[in-house]
Design a protein around this ligand. Structure first.
Ligand SMILES: Nc1ncnc2c1ncn2[C@@H]1O[C@H](COP(=O)(O)OP(=O)(O)OP(=O)(O)O)[C@@H](O)[C@H]1O
Ligand SMILES: [Mg+2]
Length: 321
């Protein structure tokens, strides 16, 4: 659905995108994560044609946006709905009128756009707030109106730039739930820009890590988690730090689908019983149980045997940081 090939964007002296190659399948919820300044917003702006890329291509449904201009660019933009950190609603208009606004601009007749806007408000669960002004709505409700407005042109793609960064944890969960249900009901493709790993964990099917304008990792969540040493996997399943004890040795093990009991069994069979699990997390992401643990043993001589045994059992092992 979305194909970026060697996409570059340079501003006077600054390389914001350093050759991005990335593909997003139809109906997928794809997270783009990266630190501030990594190039996330620039990527979205190039994809919508708001910013002209320096080179490379960005195609949607096989049409290269970077080659379009004028009316054809405007038309292709209609296949993309945009959601931002702040909904930026028009204060003087009601929720309903805000959703109607893009339809009005597009020249739709009053009765038709009104009924369409009501349907959209219903879709985001805000029918009872249709006549409220933005000042009467919570941040989460305003964001719902923003999402309804983004869906007005019946886009095939929803681009969300930090849609939950201004919201509390509970409201974030509700908005992410809404985005996931819209994908399920409408079949739209969602590209969600975020610096929050919890967003990826909660709704993404696939994710891309952007660093200094370049892709350092991209793939389905299951592929990412099956590579437990990878930067995204470590961020998705972080391990709390514990102080180092020189009389013991500590290993970090990552599990992607292997039960925890297997770790203990393998260690016992290798003659290196585990003294303690110092810290760790085990959770279900994308339907499979994954985790990272810091395990400690007291007999330093057993270290190599333990590492070999765990690796032979398909468990990712590395020295504790
Ligand atoms: N119009 C511009 N002119 C010059 N440099 C720019 C412009 N827009 C972005 N940049 C630079 O490009 C780089 C990427 O910026 P971008 O806004 O895409 O980052 P981001 O990942 O969205 O960051 P954040 O998480 O803070 O929103 C930064 O170094 C930024 O300073
Ligand atoms: Mg940004």
């Amino acid at each position: 659905m979305i194909e970026l090939t060697e996409l570059r964007k340079e501003f006077a002296g600054v390389t914001a995108l350093d050759g991005i190659t990335l593909s997003v399948a139809e109906g997928e919820i794809h997270g783009i994560v990266g630190r501030s300044g990594a190039g996330k917003s620039t990527l979205i702006r190039c994809l919508t044609g708001l910013e002209r890329s320096t080179s490379g291509s960005a195609s949607i449904d096989g049409v290269d946006i970077t080659a379009l201009s004028g009316a054809r660019l405007r038309e292709s933009r209609r296949s993309i709905g945009m959601v931002f950190q702040h909904a930026n609603l028009l204060d003087s208009r009601t929720a309903l009128e805000n959703v109607e606004h893009p339809l009005q601009v597009a020249g739709m007749k009053r009765a038709e756009r009104r009924s369409r806007a009501l349907e959209l408000l219903d879709l985001v669960g805000l029918t009872d707030r249709a006549d409220n002004h933005p000042a009467q709505l919570s941040g989460g409700q305003q964001q719902r109106v923003g999402i309804a407005r983004a869906l007005a042109s019946e886009p095939k793609i929803l681009l969300c730039d930090e849609p939950t960064s201004a919201l509390d944890t509970q409201t974030t969960g509700q908005i992410l739930g809404l985005i996931a249900s819209l994908r399920d009901r409408l079949g739209i493709t969602v590209l969600i820009i975020t610096h929050e790993m919890s967003v990826v964990r909660e709704i993404c099917d696939a994710a891309t890590l952007l660093e200094n304008g370049a892709v350092t990792q991209t793939g389905s969540l299951s592929a990412i988690l099956a590579d437990p040493g990878s930067p995204l996997a470590k961020d998705l399943v972080p391990l709390p730090h514990v102080p180092h004890d020189p009389d013991r040795f500590t290993l970090e093990v990552a599990l992607a689908g292997t039960p925890l009991t297997t770790v203990f069994d393998l260690a016992a069979r290798a003659g290196a019983p585990i003294a303690s699990v110092e810290s760790g997390t085990l959770e279900t992401i994308g339907g499979s149980q994954v985790g990272r643990l810091r395990i400690t043993c007291t007999d330093l001589r057993t270290r190599d045997d333990l590492e070999t045994a765990l690796r032979s059992g398909g468990i990712h092992v590395e020295a504790a940081a």
